[in-house]
Design a protein around this ligand. Structure first.
Ligand SMILES: [Zn+2]
Length: 274
């Protein structure tokens, strides 16, 4: 698929995944957001840790940047010129997440199944999904807890114009949710991995606490407990909407509150096979 023309776009960034080794930049992270015309935009790769401090956007922050449709066949996939990023306003959480939920509202799909159907038709590969029930927060040790040799070599590349930075750590665990969709078409239990940068940071943070007073397994259980307080998973990304706010805004019956969460699905950030 040919690339599109470069153009300046305004995008509200709502997804930031943990970085991965990448050829061009040594490492890069996948991000995604909604533009000012309400279109999903997946942006990959972004050498986030090499950006200037005045370009490092937060989640829920508007940016202006020069982007173009990448050659990845998925309709939302774009690439970006990193040196063109200009930071804008951060969308706040005031009045019970009114502004943030308004951004997400047009993007709900009924189920993973429906999104998979849309993906098959080439129409859409990103969306927000409301689960009927969240069954488990799953923590698994990776079979490959260290970077592979080729990945380590990619990470060791040092850009000519970038400042030295700490080595990118391979997080030795995978974190996932098991859930069913709030749709009668849902016939299975889904398991989606959480790729959120903040989950990796939560793990690192609790591990540091553990070195002072907790055991490793305790630290992970604390992380699991925190996620049970009512996370908002969006594109496998945790947004910490307090559960009572989410339930109130969506009029969830009291009985369902213990299990109702907001999750969503996206396909991987790596370019799809063409
Ligand atoms: Zn389903």
């Amino acid at each position: 698929m040919p690339t599109g023309p470069w153009e300046k776009r305004q995008v509200l960034m709502v997804v930031k995944a943990y970085p991965n080794p990448e050829d061009e930049y040594g490492e890069a992270c996948c991000t995604a957001g909604v533009d000012d015309d309400d279109n999903w935009i997946r942006i990959w790769p972004i050498p986030f840790r090499d950006l200037r401090p005045d370009q490092k956007f937060k989640k829920w922050q508007w940016i202006t940047a020069t982007v173009r449709k990448s050659n990845d066949p998925r309709p939302e996939s774009h690439e970006l010129q990193p040196d063109t990023i200009v930071l804008g306003d951060v969308v706040d959480t005031k009045r019970a997440w009114t502004k943030r939920l308004a951004v997400l509202a047009p993007h709900y799909v009924k189920s993973v199944e429906e999104l998979q159907e849309m993906q098959k038709n080439g129409a859409q590969t990103m969306g927000t999904i409301r689960p009927r029930e969240v069954l488990a927060f799953v923590i698994e040790e990776r079979d490959d807890p260290n970077w592979k040799a080729v990945q380590a070599a990619q990470l060791n590349q040092q850009g000519l114009f970038t400042a030295p930075k700490l080595a990118l750590e391979r997080i030795p665990y995978k974190f996932s949710y098991r859930f069913t969709c709030d749709d009668d078409k849902c016939k299975t239990i889904h398991k989606l991995q959480i790729l959120d940068w903040e989950v990796a940071e939560a793990y690192r943070s609790w591990r540091e606490v553990r070195t002072r007073r907790l055991g490793s397994r305790d630290a992970l259980e604390v992380l699991a407990g925190a996620s049970g307080q009512g996370p908002h998973l969006q594109f496998r990304q945790l947004h910490q909407i307090p559960r009572q706010i989410w339930d109130r805004r969506n009029r969830v019956p009291t009985k369902a509150r213990a299990t109702r969460r907001q999750l969503s699905e996206r396909t991987t950030c790596q370019p799809a096979k063409i």
